[in-house]
Design a protein around this ligand. Sequence first.
Ligand code: AMP
Length: 127
Amino acid sequence: MTLDPLSDPHRYEDNDTLFGKILRGEIPADVVYEDEHCLAFRDIDPQAPVHVLIIPKKYIPRLSEADIEDRTILGHLLVIASQIARKEGLAEDGFRININDGVQAGQSVFHLHVHLLGGREFSWPPG
Ligand code: AMP
């Protein structure tokens, strides 16, 4: 299986969401990591001492719209999130990974993103 985030350039360029604009450099972001498949940047309204968003370069609006072909990209996002957590000093105490899917779950930007949160204690269940 190939992993080509730009295999559908029409969708990529049509991505008019905030994160599409960040990917194209039209809006600045505090980038902590980038490779050919994903971009990671600090959340503008951090909910923890470390709050990083990891997004695929391929435009997938929400997790529930991901296809089986997206499984490699989805796995990639988690591995990169874990590597960033280690770099941010979270490996010992742990961290939380969160994906909001849809309005009821609190998704506000419809470009799939993984929240990496750490540096404080989190309660369960989430609010
Ligand atoms: P969600 O509510 O799961 O869709 O998450 C969207 C996240 O994007 C929120 O945590 C926002 O604080 C964050 N956000 C909104 N605008 C920006 C921006 N310009 N740069 C970085 N993060 C942003």
